[in-house]
Design a protein around this ligand. Sequence first.
Ligand code: ATP
Ligand code: MG
Length: 564
Amino acid sequence: MASEETPVPRDFIRDIIDEDLKTKRYDGRVHTRFPPEPNGYLHIGHAKSICLNFGIAEEYGGLCNLRFDDTNPTKESEDYVNSIIDSVRWLGFDWGDRLYFASDYFDRMFDWAVDLVRKGKAYVDDLTAEQIGEYRGTLTLPGRNSPFRDRSVEENLDLFERMRKGEFPDGSKTLRAKIDMAHPNMNMRDPVMYRILHTSHHRQGDRWCVYPMYDWAHGLEDSIEAITHSICTLEFENHRPLYDWFIDQLGIYHPQQIEFARLNLTYTVMSKRMLLELVKAGLVNGWDDPRLPTIAGMRRRGYSPASMRGFCKRIGVAKFNSTVSFDLLEHYVREDLNMTSPRLMAVFRPLKVVLENYPEGKTEEVEAVNNPEAPSAGTRKVPFSRVLYIEQDDFMESPPKKFFRLAPGREVRLRYAYLIKCTGVVRDGGGRIVELRCTYDPATRGGDAPDGRKVKATLHWVSAAHALEAEARMYDKLFTVENPMGEAGRDFREFLNPASLEVVAGCRTEPSAGRLGVMDRIQFERMGYFCVDRDSKLGRPVFNRTATLKDTWAKIQARDGADS
Ligand code: ATP
Ligand code: MG
């Protein structure tokens, strides 16, 4: 795909790696990792991190591990582990035999914590979480030492061991690093390393009732795996001194933490906590709802891995936070689908058309181009007969000036077939038009008149007797505002778009749609890009609308004269 073939833009992370390679800092090794916590499904923000970490490993001939940071058993599960593995693989990345779990390092982490206690660098504290907060001070006020800070090494060793054995209830004690309660960086004010949680772990069962905190655990995980560049998002910049402190105190192998700006997208929310709320409250249909920014959702919506990788490459990495337009993502999706998806015809809101001069019982096949962008995709045969369906929107009885489609007395082209002319309408008892009477010109087969006369519109259509009934799920933006989190005092759920899903039942498609498989991507001419949903039944497909045909991003770019 064109956008994927564009050269990798230079950025500050690749500059750091180039420099490290020059100075032989890690003996010329490049080893990254993608470290998700299995507490939800991955979203497109994670895709940015995946593309960055695996992409760097590929570019430099290095390695990238997939590592689960499974240190908080209350929120994690094996289902999440499996969904994450699935998403990373689907995006097109491979971690070889390097699938790791932080929980497999719990023994080593515990031993290292004991080392710090022995060195007088960690202590058991009896303050509650609330009290720890009170003692911590503020950005302008120094904190105060805990009354338990000066326990002897022996007492700390004994208490820590008894914490591990399960002698104390949840929340009654913690292990804290002994750094500096007046440190200008709040993260350095004796951070908690372990808390007591009598909770089963999805991999470790009941082996543990003390669990390590992120800041303590993460650098150790990186060190154990001999990661060279530990890439994380910007909010961890203030945690880097702590990352370095733990590793330095232990005197173990020291990776380099590097922070970059997380991806934010307009018209959606990205945090797993909020996504979980939407899923749990049934405001969307599960984690892979095509309206969600989850990788599973975008996959089900019909986005291809290549378009998501192309998008991630295009947005690049930087040191400052910004929000990327959803239109840009859709632009990549469309660019990819335009090149790759076969065209079919489907009528979403059918209006019956009877060709009065076409023989009853006759069927012929017209030849249709599968993809004008890819001549090698060839052509197919589409059945044509006396009774057809066209789109209700494509007909107006009393058209305004700018309406060029079908109207009484007017001639239009049926794509790949004939010119037809409307001669009359049929109404039901309530006066509603339920059928059009038309004539076709047999001399215009293929769609062009031998006498060179022109028509102003080309319509898609299907033959009624041959059509397949289908359902189309028309997705739109999940929220009505660019930043659902941006309104002070308002809950993000207030901005859910009530029209984000419209189900159109009773669509009619040309018969070849019946040969599509689940997840096949197509374009219904004039209607948008669609893919086949897994809810499809034999002979009754369900289509998800992946994107409309209108490329808002390209239009903005053209207007602003900028390059895309
Ligand atoms: P969230 O805040 O959405 O719940 P998280 O940071 O808690 O995400 P993790 O599972 O801890 O999720 O993240 C795994 C990796 O993905 C981390 O290295 C994290 O920095 C990165 N990551 C998470 N969200 C984004 C994002 N929006 N953009 C880029 N990278 C991200
Ligand atoms: Mg996290």
